[in-house]
Design a protein around this ligand. Structure first.
Ligand SMILES: [Fe+2]
Length: 420
């Protein structure tokens, strides 16, 4: 009897140790935990976003059927990688939760990797530990020492069906062919046409799943993602489920819709324009403090409904936010919503600024199927509509910010270099 009690106690301790091992975020590098036993990989949509520090953190989001309620990510620096069965593979458990918006219930998995090495390429894959493993992807952390880098902006890719979202994939592919070393994609909103339709989110991420396996996307929420934007309860649930982004405190905006990060010589803040004027002012106050904390030479903002557009005149956003942009010394604002290409004169205090001062506002036309004709406004240095998809490439160096606006026929429609 005594022996049996000792044996039961021993088994209990083993069980407790096993449970504790599974619950920690990063398992020891030498773990033999059988993470992925599936014999074949599956191409699934895995979205990766920067954490608060792009040098050391990366967040991953994917979804599965509701029956799969666990998720893991396996990763390793590329220069040390031999295979996923190697003893140097690191493992992180995802936070997994059920989401039931739209067509049935599904499980959302979010895994945050921390303590990564700066300036390092990693290989990774995700899975559930039994019968699902993704294809292999790569990601690169930002370098500690700032270097020149390029990022790409695409906007307003919204569509109704797979044909529409194939156009968005084409735009991204052309952009990545032109700028294969782009460090991230900045999407300035209206990713989908109806943010409540989970099928459209599946088309949005599904169309570019091979590209997004190897490319971080940093999004700004658009009015089509926030269905009830003028109501008291903006619904950005599917947006929130689709990404894993840092949360700025005190703005009143939903977590993951206002955030910022450093990359190279730039500090980049993303704002949520789909809320009340009061909330916009709270975001403005947050932005001012956020930019004051940064010593980066270039200060960039991305948002959806731009203060200075064309077809639309978002006076409410202009009135609420531009005083903060003036005060914070924002160099460049990247906008969406207008479905044509606009570059403003440098603007300060709602007027054309004197040379070398002010903020330049750019609207990147559309990366999808919908275009609007241009509309002349007093603030426009350039307003054009080639009726084909466009993207903007921003190359950040210590003393220069080079902005190039291409269409998918590789025509350079506009270019400007800002100097410090
Ligand atoms: Fe919009």
């Amino acid at each position: 009897m005594k022996k049996l009690r000792r044996l039961t106690g021993f088994l209990l301790i083993i069980l407790l140790i096993s449970a504790a091992t599974v619950s920690i975020d990063i398992l020891p590098a030498t773990t033999k935990f059988p993470i992925s036993t599936a014999s074949q990989s599956t191409s699934i949509s895995v979205v990766n976003n920067f954490g608060e520090d792009p040098q050391t953190e990366r967040n991953f989001t994917w979804e599965t059927s509701s029956e799969m309620n666990t998720g893991f990510i396996e990763y390793c620096p590329k220069n040390e990688f031999k295979s996923f069965t190697g003893e140097n593979i690191l493992i992180s458990t995802a936070k997994s939760y059920e989401s039931s918006k739209g067509a049935g219930t599904r499980t959302i998995h979010k895994a945050s990797l921390k303590n990564l090495k700066p300036g390092t390429v990693y290989v990774y894959r995700v899975g559930n530990g039994t019968d699902l493993i993704s294809t292999q992807g790569t990601f690169k952390t930002a370098e500690k020492k700032p270097n020149q880098f390029t990022f790409v902006q695409i906007t307003d890719t919204q569509g109704a069906n797979s044909k529409d979202y194939a156009v968005w994939e084409h735009t991204l592919d052309i952009a990545l062919k032109a700028f294969p070393d782009a460090r991230f994609l900045l999407h300035t909103g209206d990713m989908v046409d109806n943010g409540e339709e989970i099928a459209q989110w599946d088309l949005f991420t599904g169309a570019v799943k091979s590209e997004l396996m190897n490319l971080p996307i940093e999004p700004a929420v658009g009015n089509h993602e926030a269905i009830n934007r003028n109501g008291t309860n903006p619904d950005e649930k599917n947006y929130i489920d689709s990404f894993d982004l840092p949360a700025a405190m005190g703005t009143g905006a939903p977590a993951g819709t206002v955030y910022s990060f450093d990359y190279g010589y730039a500090h980049i803040a993303i704002l949520n324009t789909e809320c009340s004027s009061d909330n916009l002012k709270k975001e403005g106050n947050w932005l001012k403090a956020d930019m004051q904390r940064s010593d980066k030479p270039w200060k960039i903002v991305a948002l959806h409904r731009g203060p200075y557009g064309a077809t639309y005149d978002s006076a409410e956003v202009r009135d609420a936010l531009t005083p903060y942009f003036d005060e914070a010394g924002i160099d460049l604002v990247l906008q969406g919503h207008d479905h044509n290409y606009v570059r403003t004169y440098p603007m300060y205090n709602k007027a054309k600024a004197t040379a070398g001062n002010g903020t330049v506002y750019i609207t990147a036309n559309s990366g999808g199927v919908k275009f609007y004709p241009g509309k002349l406004r007093s603030w426009q240095a350039v307003d054009l509509q080639p009726y084909t998809q466009m993207f903007v490439a921003v190359t950040v160096n210590k003393n220069t910010l080079k902005i190039q606006a291409y269409d998918v026929n590789n025509t350079l429609n506009d270019a400007i270099t800002l100097n410090q």
